[in-house]
Design a protein around this ligand. Structure first.
Ligand SMILES: Nc1ncnc2c1ncn2[C@@H]1O[C@H](COP(=O)(O)OP(=O)(O)OP(=O)(O)O)[C@@H](O)[C@H]1O
Length: 311
């Protein structure tokens, strides 16, 4: 459905995209996550045909985005991270106004507008003024509007930011329904847990490059192994240190009071093997736990790795 290959984009001297690759298959809800300034909005504008890259290949729903830019708007529904001001326009009038831009008039436009408002749970707000809606409701209205021309790919820039947990849950259910209707969805955020609840796949972007992609489970596994493993001992501390220094999966060994903290890149099986080595060697372990996960630790590990590769 979507293929970006080696896409570059500079704004003057600022490099926004630095060889970005993205592949999204039909029916995926792809979470695009990265810190502020990583290049998410730039990439989404290029995919939507709102901005041209300096170089690279962009293919969206079979369309070469660089050669047939004008066709993209039919294939894509873009929901930006801001909502304009619509003085004196009611929700149903707003929908019909945007319908008219796509050439829909009269009863047909009214019927479709109501169906889409129903899909995003806004039917009861049809007569309300747009400017009086809450942020979450405006997000949903924007989503309904972007569906008017029946696009194949939906692009949502930071839709969950500023939503309370209940509104986020509702958004997740709406996206699930849209997926069942055959839509492919690209959704961005700078908060990984926010996206993980909604998505089938995740791509992590940093400094204009994709640094990690995979299913939500894969990303969480990677994230967990980025978190320090903290081992507490009651006896034979020295032997524990020797074992850790010999283990190729252990790194960044730090001694804290009666415990040792390490970066351990192994899976659960390898963790169990490490624990059993301690026991066989007479090291008395009183606790063996992963610290709580955070996106920051994942980024730190990924970027630290990149810097090491460069030096
Ligand atoms: N119109 C512009 N002119 C100059 N620099 C820009 C422009 N738009 C973006 N940039 C720069 O390009 C880089 C990528 O910005 P972009 O908005 O794509 O990131 P982002 O991941 O969407 O960030 P955020 O999460 O803060 O919205 C940043 O360094 C930003 O300052």
């Amino acid at each position: 459905m979507l293929d970006l290959e080696n896409v570059h984009k500079n704004y003057g001297k600022v490099t926004a995209l630095d060889g970005l690759n993205i592949t999204i298959s039909k029916g995926e809800i792809f979470g695009f996550v990265g810190p502020n300034g990583a290049g998410k909005t730039t990439a989404m504008k290029i995919i939507s045909g709102l901005l041209l890259p300096d170089s690279g290949r962009v293919k969206v729903a079979g369309v070469d985005a660089l050669k047939e830019n004008h066709v993209l708007k039919e294939k894509i529904g873009y929901i930006p991270d801001f909502f304009g001001v619509y003085d004196n326009l009611k929700v149903n009038e707003y929908m019909e106004f945007f319908g008219s831009i796509y050439g829909m008039e009269g009863e047909k436009a009214k019927k479709l507008s109501l169906e889409l408002l129903e899909l995003v749970n806004l039917s009861d707000k049809a007569e309300q003024y747009v400017d009086h809606l809450s942020r979450g409701m405006k997000q949903k209205l924007c989503l309904a509007r972007s569906l008017l021309h029946n696009p194949e790919l939906l692009i949502l820039d930071e839709p969950a930011s500023g939503l309370d947990p209940r509104a986020r849950y509702e958004m997740k259910e709406i996206l699930k329904n849209l997926r069942q209707l055959g839509k492919t969805i690209l959704i961005s955020s700078h908060i990984l847990p926010e996206l993980a609840q909604m998505c089938t796949n995740i791509g992590v972007i940093d400094k204009g490059k994709m640094v990690m992609t995979g299913t939500v489970d894969h990303i969480f596994h990677e994230m967990e192994s980025a978190n320090p493993l903290v081992i507490r001992f009651t006896r034979n501390h020295e032997r524990a240190l020797e074992i850790l220094k010999e283990n190729p999966l252990a790194d960044n060994i730090a001694i804290r009071n009666k415990s040792i903290s390490i970066t351990f890149k192994g899976n659960e099986e390898e963790e169990a093997r490490l624990l059993s080595t301690f026991i066989q060697e007479g090291v008395m372990v009183s606790s063996f736990t992963r610290e709580e996960g955070s996106l920051e630790s994942l980024f730190m590990q990924i970027t630290a790795k990149e810097e090491a590769e460069f030096t």
